[in-house]
Design a protein around this ligand. Structure first.
Ligand code: F6P
Length: 507
């Protein structure tokens, strides 16, 4: 890998002419070149990157960056289970959870999945008595994935009602407690490290709630999902109710492991297996396809082109499907916690921009709130639109037709713009967007969508030379909060001291 060599290609990219999107479309082959449909287990997905500024010249130079940074080698190292998370001395083996990776890791993941499926099936069959609801307690990667998958896949009902609780703010847990009957509720405790303050504090309150409600064996109602099983047992969870996963699966990549237990509880273990299969199909595309034809790489190329060459500081994701409303939040953690880094993997400074800020929302709501800036603001913001052909409700199909027509209209409007003598009514256009259109939304296509974004994030990291699998940036604030909670809240700046005094906390 040669950062210096890559730098020469970045410089060349900056010097390339910048044809408008509309002029790029004068090439009749453009759509075929940059929009591709992949046939996947749950139905086809269309990946349309034609309304971005990718061109043969841009792609060729980004290909040279990829070669200089040995993206192919990094991809192989990821899949072969090498310790590519060098700062923590571990591999990053989330693909092994989907059956793609080092043989021993795949076998271990299969055995753990089989154990999880047995427990899920047994609970569904009544082994723990009547179970109507599950309160899933976790935060960050231990909550965002389950929340997304359950919201996306249970609109027609769930085998067990799952309530995901993450925030330390008691309002979050209280809201779940209010709608659950303690006698028929299980608690899933999801924490890779089993040390996270928010999760353990919420867990203690959940136990208190069960105890005060007269549940005879409150700890017996808890299932722990963790890479630190010994800590869960020490905390009080029965060994038979601990579902471990490998230390080599990162928190924000852990939905595929036992962290997916609440998803399996909601949709069944067969549905969870389909979810893994959908992700594996994207793994195979990522691993088996040349970089030049690789859809994951194409997306990462566009992302990097905008941040590194056009100076874009944010990228937006709009799900034109209510079922995917939580996807922008999920991608925000995936991309910002992975690639929001200011150093290369070897600790030397990153001389370029790190990941952009990922933000977004749901269409059409966002159109009536933030799209003004996308169309006429001074920022250039690449946008991803996600939509699903088959509607997720039983109402008049007119709802879905209007939803999709709005989605496609936005991409067209951002690109074409509209001239006017009246500045306030003029749209500059030439604003890029990509569209992902799924034939259907089901466990397999959702798995594919998430895996696509995982690998997209990985390729961006590899192109820049950063380690996407650690997250030391979150530690400092946590340590200071702990210091305050331990009564050591002194010696801060005047502002912080005064806020602590006003709130009556700290030393
Ligand atoms: O604070 C960040 C973080 O470590 C995330 O990376 C992780 O997903 C989350 O906290 C929760 O951690 P854990 O699963 O260990 O409780």
């Amino acid at each position: 890998m040669s950062v210096a060599e890559a730098e020469t290609y970045w410089t060349a990219l900056e010097g390339l002419p910048r044809p408008t999107l509309q002029s790029l479309f004068s090439d009749p082959a453009r759509l075929d070149t940059y929009a591709t449909t992949l046939d996947l287990p749950g139905g086809a997905i269309r990946f349309d990157w034609s309304k971005t500024h990718l061109s043969l010249e841009v792609v060729a130079l980004l290909g040279s960056v990829a070669a200089a940074m040995d993206v192919e080698g990094r991809r192989a190292a990821l899949i072969e289970g090498e310790k590519i998370n060098n700062t923590e001395g571990r591999a990053a083996e989330h693909t092994a959870e989907r059956g793609i990776g080092k043989e021993s890791s795949v076998e271990e993941a299969e055995a753990l999945h089989a154990r999880m499926a047995m427990l899920v099936d047994a609970i569904h069959d009544g082994a723990l008595g009547e179970v109507k609801s599950l309160i899933h307690i976790g935060i960050g990667g231990s909550a965002l994935g389950p929340a997304l998958a359950i919201d996306a896949l249970t609109r027609d009902g769930a085998k067990v009602a799952v309530h995901v609780v993450s925030n330390i703010d008691g309002c979050a847990l209280e809201a779940a407690m209010k709608v659950c009957d303690p006698q028929t509720t299980l608690i899933a405790l999801a924490s890779k490290t089993f040390t996270t303050t928010e999760t353990l504090t919420n867990a203690a309150s959940a136990i208190e709630w069960l105890t005060e409600s007269g549940v005879s064996d409150p700890y017996g109602r808890v299932i722990a999902l963790t890479a630190a099983p010994e800590k869960a047992v020490e905390w009080g969870v029965d060994e038979t109710r601990v579902l471990p996963f490998s230390e080599t699966v990162g928190g924000r990549y852990s939905l595929w492991s036992s962290i997916g237990f609440p998803v399996a509880m909601a949709i069944g273990s067969a549905g969870f297996a389909e979810f893994l299969d959908g992700a594996a199909a994207i793994d195979r595309h990522f691993v088996d396809t040349d970089l030049a034809d690789n859809l994951v790489v194409r997306a990462a190329f566009a992302d990097l082109y905008y941040t590194q060459v056009r100076g874009c500081q944010t990228r937006a994701v709009f799900a034109y499907d209510e079922r995917l409303a939580l996807l922008p939040d999920y991608l925000q953690q995936l991309e910002m916690e992975s690639n929001g880094k200011r150093v290369l993997a070897d600790g030397t400074p990153l001389a370029r921009a790190s990941a952009p800020v990922t933000w977004g929302g749901v269409g059409t709501d966002a159109q009536h709130a933030v799209f003004q800036l996308l169309h006429q603001g001074t920022h250039l913001i690449p946008v991803d639109f996600l939509a699903v052909k088959v509607q997720g409700h039983d109402l008049d199909p007119v709802h879905h037709q209007i939803l999709l027509s709005n989605c496609f209209a936005q991409g067209a409007a951002l690109m074409a713009g509209k001239a006017s003598d009246d500045g306030a009514r003029a749209y500059p256009g030439d604003r890029p967007s990509a569209t992902i259109l799924c034939d259907d939304l089901n466990p397999a296509t959702l798995g594919a969508l998430i895996a696509f974004h995982e690998h997209r994030t990985f390729v961006s990291a590899a192109m820049l030379g950063i380690n996407p699998f650690d997250q030391f940036g979150v530690e400092l604030g946590k340590a200071i909060a702990k210091q305050i909670d331990a009564g050591g809240g002194e010696g801060f700046d005047a502002s912080t001291e005064s806020l602590l005094a006003l709130a009556g906390i700290g030393g």
